[in-house]
Design a protein around this ligand. Structure first.
Ligand code: UD1
Ligand code: CA
Length: 457
C-alpha cells in the first residue's frame, strides 16, 4: 500500500479576515477551519499529516494540542505555495504520495481525495480543477491541442487569452514525493509575485514526460477557500443546509431547513422528530423517536429520549433527558442534569447537577442545584435549593412522593423525607421526617386598629 503524506498549507496571514485569530482557527459549524481539513485527511488510509504554519503558529498548535499524528512544520517566511510544500518534504520519504491541501479550504471531501491520490503513479500526478463562471483570481489550467494539461498560469501572470480560460486550479494536488522533491528544488520566483509557485511544477512535470491527470470535485463548494468573513458565512450556510438535508433524509421534519444550525454531531435514535425554527444543536446531541424541539432552543451535548417535548426558548447543556419528559418553555438545564422518564420542567426553572426521578414535576420559577429528587415529587413554584455558602456546594436530597410547597428555600445540606410535605414559604434548614408536614413560617398577625399614614394636604 502506498504511504500518503498530506501537506496542509496554513502559513498565510489571512489579512482579509481582519482578525487577531489566525484564519484557520475561525470556526465553521463550531469547529476551526483546519479541524475540518484534518478530520477529512485523517480519514484517508495510511496517511501522515504535516501542517505548514507561519503566522499565529503557537495559537494554532495550541488549538490542536490534543490531535494525534500531526507534524508541525514552520515556514518562517511566506515565499509562496511551492516554498511552503518544500518545507515539509525533508520529512517525507521518496516512495510516498504527497497530497497538498489548504487549511482554509474546509469542505473538501475524502472521496474526492481518494480518487485524486489513486491517480498518482511514478510518472503521473493529479490535480483537482474546477470550471468557474468567474475564474478571476485563480490559476488557469492551460491545455494543448490534444487536451493535455501543459501548465498552470497564475492570474497575475496571465495574458488576456489565458485569462479567458474558465478551468481553474483549486490548489489541491497529489504527486509522487521523489519527483516533487526534484521539481520543488528547481522552482524560480520569476513571476509577477516573486514567489515560489507550487503551480510551476506542472510545466516541469510535463517536461519530464509526466502525465497530468485532472479531476473535478463533486460540488464547487468542496474547493472554495475562505479569505474573508463573507466567504466564511457563505460556506457556513452551505454546510448547514447540507446537514439539514441529511437530517430530513433520516426522518426529521424541519420547520425551516435554513434556520437550524448544527455545530457538532447529531445522532438519531428514532425518526419522526420535529425541529422548529432557530434551533442550535451543538457538541454531541442524540435525539430519540418522536422528539419535538420548539423554536429558539439551544441544545448542547445532550441525550434526549423518545417522545421528549422541549418547548420554545429552552437551553439544555450536558444533560440526559429520558423518554416522555416535557421541558420548557424557558427552561434551563445546566451540566449534570439527569431527568428520568416523564419528568416535567416548566418555565423559568434552572437545574444544575440535578438528578430528578420519574414523573416528578418542577413546573415554575425554581433553582434546583446539586440535588437528588426521587419519584413523583412535586416541587412548588419558586423553590430554591440554597446549595452554596460562598465557598462550598452542598447537596439537597428529596425523597419519593414529597411535596414541596411554593416559595420554599432548602438550605443544603438537607434531606426531605419520602412522602414529606413542606409548607409554602418555608426555609428548611434541618432534615424533615418522612410523611409529615414540616414548615418554618412566622405566625401571621393582623392589627385591627392600624391606620395607614396619611399625606398632609
Ligand atoms: C493558489 C494557486 C492558484 C489557485 C489558488 C486556489 C499557487 C501559486 N497558486 O493561489 O493557482 O487557483 O491557490 O485558491 O499556488 N500559503 C502558505 N505559504 C506561502 C503561501 C501560501 O502556507 O508561502 C498558503 C496560504 O495560507 C493559503 C494557500 O497556501 O492557504 C494558498 O495561498 P495563496 O497565496 O492564497 O494562493 P493563491 O494566490 O490564492
Ligand atoms: Ca487563496
Amino acid at each position: 500500500m502506498v504511504t500518503l503524506s498530506t501537506v496542509i498549507l496554513a502559513a498565510g496571514q489571512g489579512t482579509r479576515m481582519r482578525s487577531h485569530l489566525p484564519k484557520v482557527l475561525h470556526p465553521l459549524a463550531g469547529r476551526p477551519l483546519l479541524a475540518h481539513v484534518l478530520q477529512t485527511s485523517q480519514s484517508l488510509a495510511n496517511n501522515t499529516n504535516y501542517v505548514v504554519y507561519g503566522h499565529g503558529g503557537e495559537q494554532v498548535q495550541q488549538a490542536f494540542a490534543n490531535w494525534k499524528e500531526l507534524t508541525w512544520i514552520e515556514q518562517t517566511e511566506q515565499l509562496g505555495t511551492g516554498h511552503a510544500v518544500a518545507q515539509a518534504l525533508p520529512q517525507i520519504e521518496d516512495d510516498a504520495t504527497v497530497l497538498v491541501l489548504y487549511g482554509d479550504v474546509p469542505l473538501i471531501q475524502s472521496k474526492t481525495l481518494q480518487f485524486l491520490t489513486q491517480a498518482v503513479t511514478a510518472n503521473s500526478l493529479a490535480i483537482l480543477t474546477v470550471d468557474l463562471e468567474q475564474p478571476t483570481g485563480y490559476g488557469r489550467i492551460v491545455r494543448d491541442h490534444r487536451g493535455q494539461v501543459v501548465r498552470i498560469v497564475e492570474e497575475k501572470d496571465a495574458d488576456a487569452i489565458t485569462r479567458k480560460i474558465t478551468e481553474v486550479n483549486t490548489g489541491i494536488l497529489a504527486a509522487p514525493a521523489r519527483a516533487l522533491r526534484k521539481w520543488l528544488a528547481a522552482l524560480q520566483p520569476n513571476n509577477a509575485q516573486s514567489e515560489y509557485y507550487l503551480t510551476d511544477i506542472i510545466a516541469l512535470a510535463v517536461a519530464d514526460g509526466f502525465h497530468i491527470h485532472t479531476q473535478q470535485p463533486h460540488s464547487e463548494q468542496e474547493v472554495l477557500g475562505v479569505n474573508d468573513r463573507i466567504q466564511l458565512a457563505s460556506l457556513e450556510r452551505y454546510y448547514q443546509l447540507q446537514q439539514a438535508h441529511d437530517l430530513m433524509r433520516h426522518g426529521v421534519s424541519l420547520a425551516d431547513p435554513s434556520r437550524l444550525d448544527i455545530r457538532g454531531e447529531v445522532t438519531l435514535t428514532g425518526q419522526d422528530i420535529f425541529i422548529d425554527v432557530n434551533v442550535i444543536l451543538s457538541g454531541q446531541v442524540s435525539l430519540g423517536e418522536g422528539v419535538s424541539i420548539g423554536a429558539n432552543c439551544v441544545i448542547q451535548d445532550a441525550i434526549i429520549g423518545d417522545h421528549v417535548e422541549i418547548l420554545p426558548n429552552s437551553v439544555v447543556e450536558d444533560a440526559v433527558v429520558a423518554q416522555g419528559c416535557h421541558i420548557g418553555p424557558f427552561a434551563r438545564l445546566r451540566p449534570g442534569t439527569m431527568l428520568a422518564e416523564g419528568v416535567r420542567v416548566g418555565n423559568f426553572v434552572e437545574l444544575k447537577k440535578a438528578d430528578v426521578g420519574q414523573d416528578s414535576k418542577i413546573n415554575h420559577l425554581s433553582y434546583i442545584g446539586d440535588c437528588d429528587i426521587g419519584r413523583a415529587v412535586n416541587v412548588g413554584a419558586g423553590t430554591i435549593t440554597c446549595n452554596y455558602d460562598g465557598v462550598n456546594k452542598f447537596k439537597t436530597t428529596i425523597g419519593d412522593g414529597a411535596f414541596i410547597g411554593s416559595d420554599t428555600q432548602l438550605v443544603a445540606p438537607v434531606t426531605v423525607g419520602a412522602g414529606a410535605t413542606i409548607g409554602a414559604g418555608s426555609t428548611i434548614t434541618k432534615d424533615t421526617p418522612e410523611n409529615q408536614l414540616s414548615l418554618s413560617r412566622s405566625k401571621q398577625v393582623s392589627f385591627p386598629q392600624w391606620q395607614r399614614p396619611q399625606k398632609k394636604a
